[in-house]
Design a protein around this ligand. Structure first.
Ligand code: FCB
Length: 468
């Protein structure tokens, strides 16, 4: 038997985002985000033609959900605030009902001993901003900073840990290069400009945070899939480096070291797509030191150079029989995993953690998402036998444990997700939660993994007879 004991004070929690669970999209003064508009305008892009309108009805079941977290021995919870709920109109006025909801949520969490880790932007851009050009328009940066400041002032007394953006790489690529997510554009130059706008929005929010919440902590959450070359060939190796530069390093290096990776700046300059930068942008980036980095890791990706066209296809797990994920003409083709491969590769997480440690030794790291989505059914006993999820979490926790032993400063783990919810293009088809959500009644049922995780969290670790 091997014991995996975690450091004192380690955060054990799970993660969600507002659009994916809140529902009540037209209640409480909220207006639509660009996601609901995208889903209603292009319903065939979403599995089951689903929409996030009801999601998991968390808005109306919040107290019950926090009690479930307490039952699962959570001492932390990662969530996001819905921007269109807090600032529903272009006049910038704060919505009192939205403020009330988040006040209740944070009070309930704190009184149950659950530390909130709050993301400001998890993809739900207010439609009123999308109509003004969304993230392509630099005014959205100012609107984001205004919204961020409002959140820091309203909730900073109870929320001590904040995240500016979740997965800017993913939304850059899917929103503006592959067109899979709203606003559905396929223009590489625009994607690179938007990537810069995200970095500036992050940096400006960080510096406002310092003066409003001097004792709080703020970080950035990145979807840090490692990009491995599909073969040993030189073109595939170069393609993998490029994908890594575009989707990982373009966000990681400014956040950790204060400047863009030089090779990517040259690459964009050579292709004449270097983004427009205001004179103070690079100074803002250089002065926006973060307090922690959030790593979202689900599985690695494999890259080849044979990209004949820019295209994308939904789904990426080889087990689902889907292989090609997306490609950018003449640059790279990214796949979910190697042909015949697997969708659980905890070693790739080790590599990511080592890399962060090398770039910024001692930087606090949170695993802000790690999880697996499947079609699942309730058993007659009212649970889900999700042994696969237990295996998945356990193998990644062993990796996290080994990294901590090596001296990497990992402070917490948030499983994706607390409950089944709206999973973007996958609609409700893939279930990720500790809590099974019955789509007809909205009742929650604890899956087997939830009971297992509760005991791990309560014991601050676990024992296992299989070697790590
Ligand atoms: C991540 C998203 C998150 C969730 C998981 C499965 O990329 O951040 O919202 O949908 O994938």
């Amino acid at each position: 038997m091997t014991s995996y004991d975690f450091p004192y004070g380690f955060i054990w929690g799970s993660a969600t985002s507002a659009l994916q669970i809140e529902g009540a999209n037209v209640e409480g003064g909220r207006t639509p985000s660009h996601w609901e508009v995208f889903c209603s305008e292009q319903p065939d892009r979403i599995a089951g033609r689903a929409s996030p309108h009801l999601a998991s009805d968390h808005y109306n079941r919040m107290e019950q959900d926090v009690l479930a977290m307490r039952d699962l021995s959570h001492n932390g919870y990662r969530l996001s605030i819905s921007w269109p709920r807090l600032i529903p109109h272009a006049d910038g006025k704060l919505n009192p009902e939205g403020i009330r909801f988040y006040n209740r949520l944070f009070d309930t969490l704190v009184s149950n001993g659950i530390e909130p880790n709050v993301t400001l932007y998890h993809w739900d851009l207010p439609q009123w901003l999308a109509e003004k050009g969304g993230w392509e328009n630099p005014e959205t940066i100012d609107a984001f900073v205004f919204y961020a400041e409002a959140c820091f002032r309203l909730f900073g007394d109870r929320v001590k840990r904040w995240v500016t953006l979740s997965e800017p790489g993913c939304i850059t690529l899917n929103g503006y290069a592959t067109g899979l997510h709203p606003p559905g554009k396929k223009d590489f130059a625009t994607a690179i400009q938007v990537a810069h706008n995200y970095v500036v929005a992050h940096a400006k929010a960080v510096s406002r945070f310092r003066s409003i919440c001097p004792n709080g902590q703020i970080g950035l959450v990145l979807n840090m899939s490692p990009f491995y070359p599909s073969s040993e060939s030189e073109p595939d190796r170069q393609a993998a480096l490029l994908a890594d530069g575009l989707l990982n390093r373009w966000f990681l290096e400014p956040a950790l070291s204060g400047s863009y990776p030089e090779d990517m700046v040259s690459f964009y300059r050579d292709y004449a797509i270097l983004p427009h930068m205001e004179p103070h942008d690079l100074d803002d980036i250089a002065s926006s030191q973060i307090d922690f980095i959030g790593v979202n890791y689900h599985y690695p990706r494999y890259v080849s150079a044979d990209a004949e066209k820019t295209s994308s296809s939904q789904g990426s797990l080889c087990r689902d029989g889907k292989f090609n994920f997306f490609s950018v003409k003449n640059l790279f083709r990214i796949q979910g995993c190697k042909q015949g491969g697997i969708d659980m590769e905890p070693d790739a997480l080790t590599e990511l953690l080592d890399r962060i440690h090398q770039l910024a030794p001692g930087m606090p790291v949170y695993i802000t998402e790690n999880g697996i989505g499947k079609e699942e059914e309730l058993t007659p006993c009212g649970t889900v036998d999700d042994e696969h999820r237990i295996d998945y979490i356990k193998s990644h926790l062993k990796t996290v444990h080994a990294a901590i032993e090596k001296g990497i400063n990992i402070r917490g783990y948030y499983m994706w997700s607390l409950m089944d919810g709206f999973s973007w293009l996958d609609g409700y088809s893939k279930r990720y939660g500790f809590l099974y959500v019955d789509r007809n009644t909205m009742e929650r049922h604890k899956k087997k993994s939830a009971y297992w995780f509760a005991s791990v969290a309560a014991n601050n670790g676990f024992t296992d007879c299989k070697p790590g």
